[in-house]
Design a protein around this ligand. Structure first.
Ligand SMILES: Nc1ncnc2c1ncn2[C@@H]1O[C@H](COP(=O)(O)OP(=O)(O)OP(=O)(O)O)[C@@H](O)[C@H]1O
Ligand SMILES: [Mg+2]
Length: 331
């Protein structure tokens, strides 16, 4: 199309046929990616390959085969340049417990090539940005998990990168700290106009922050889509809370050709057309049930995801299968 579309920018990260083996263990298999600007969630259970993917993209570990680029730089040969342009918040705590927070963040900046004066000035700025202004001169060994995660974020932001890669930034955080972390990342994307790539095994985190998701399962990408497109793929449903004779209601709906699923007193009916509402009410009358509540059902990301998986015929039977450890051993 000739029209200028602000969202049709080139992807910031790409991968083509990327594979990573740890000895005989295949951790990433045939990864093909195009990550747009904005906030992208990398979802997957423990051992799926999220951290491995990040490390490959940052050029921290060598890939077994395939290729990839970050901001046009080759992940196989230009790792150092990539890391100077990207903020990386690793999964594990690599902070020095004996340092004051401000010195730790300044040190990170210096390691990334900043001069001492700039690094010091930025360390103060970013610590304030992540909510640690008053804790700048406290030793890291006295920090809570939430403060440690915030310090890691400050280290990742010190050189004002274009892209931020955060490996499970909400891990171990309580509700308040989690909310603050997501809010800070949101600000970085919406106000700072930066891109964030965040891994998580919590759907809610991703729904709060991201425009699109990449789902990894056993080293392979199973879904790569904008959240908007995922929502489109899901059939609209009407949700009815009924009283008395739910199974009768179920058979009444089915005999009228209305697809439905029941969860106790709640029945969800697939919205085929405008007349579905009317038909559903007729079914309730015929079944002699009371309708206590009726509304359009709004699926959350988790529902959507499971429905999409179902459609794809993926071997994922439920959230537990999807979001819990695979325990392949060998860590
Ligand atoms: N250094 C390593 N040596 C050998 N195997 C490894 C190594 N690092 C990771 N693996 C294996 O590769 C697979 C992917 O691991 P990875 O850490 O990338 O998963 P993840 O999705 O980040 O998991 P988590 O949610 O637990 O952080 C796992 O089976 C893991 O055991
Ligand atoms: Mg990981």
């Amino acid at each position: 199309m000739a029209e200028e579309d602000p969202f049709s920018e080139a992807p910031v990260i790409t991968a083509k046929g990327l594979r990573k083996m740890y000895g005989p263990h295949l951790a990433l298999d045939d990864i093909n990616l195009e990550i747009p600007r904005g906030a992208v969630g990398i979802l997957g259970p423990n051992g799926a390959g999220k951290s491995t993917l990040f490390k490959c993209l940052l050029g921290l570990i060598t890939t077994t085969s395939g290729e990839g680029s970050v901001l046009g730089l080759d992940i196989r040969t230009q790792g150092e340049q990539i890391r100077s342009k990207i903020g990386y918040m690793p999964e594990y705590n690599a902070l020095d417990p004996n340092l004051f927070a401000v010195d730790q963040v300044r040190y990170s900046g210096e390691l990334l090539g900043m001069n001492s004066k700039n690094a010091t000035q930025r360390a103060h700025e970013v610590l304030e940005y992540v909510g640690l202004k008053d804790q700048r001169y406290r030793k890291i060994e006295t920090f809570s998990t939430g403060m440690l995660q915030a310090t890691k974020l400050a280290c990742a932001l010190v050189h004002d990168p274009d892209i931020l890669i955060c490996d499970e930034p909400t891990n171990g955080l309580d509700q308040r700290a989690r909310g603050f972390m997501l809010q800070t990342l949101n600000r970085t994307v919406r106000e700072g106009n930066r891109s964030v790539l965040m891994s998580s095994h919590v759907m809610d985190d991703v729904q709060d922050l991201c425009d699109s998701i990449v789902m990894i399962h056993k080293g392979r990408i199973v879904v790569q889509s904008s959240i908007e497109d995922l929502v489109q793929q899901v059939d609209k449903e009407i949700e009815m809370v009924i009283w008395g004779g739910a199974s009768k209601m179920e058979s009444e709906l089915s005999s009228m050709g209305l697809e439905n699923r029941r969860l106790g007193r709640v029945i969800r009916i697939k919205m085929e057309s405008e007349s579905t509402v009317e038909k559903a009410l007729q079914a309730a009358v015929s079944a002699g049930v009371q309708v206590r509540q009726m509304k359009e059902y709004e699926p959350d990301l988790e529902d959507i995801f499971l429905l999409v998986m179902d459609k794809l015929g993926a071997q994922i039977k439920g959230t537990e299968d999807l979001m819990t450890s695979e325990h392949t051993g060998g860590d």
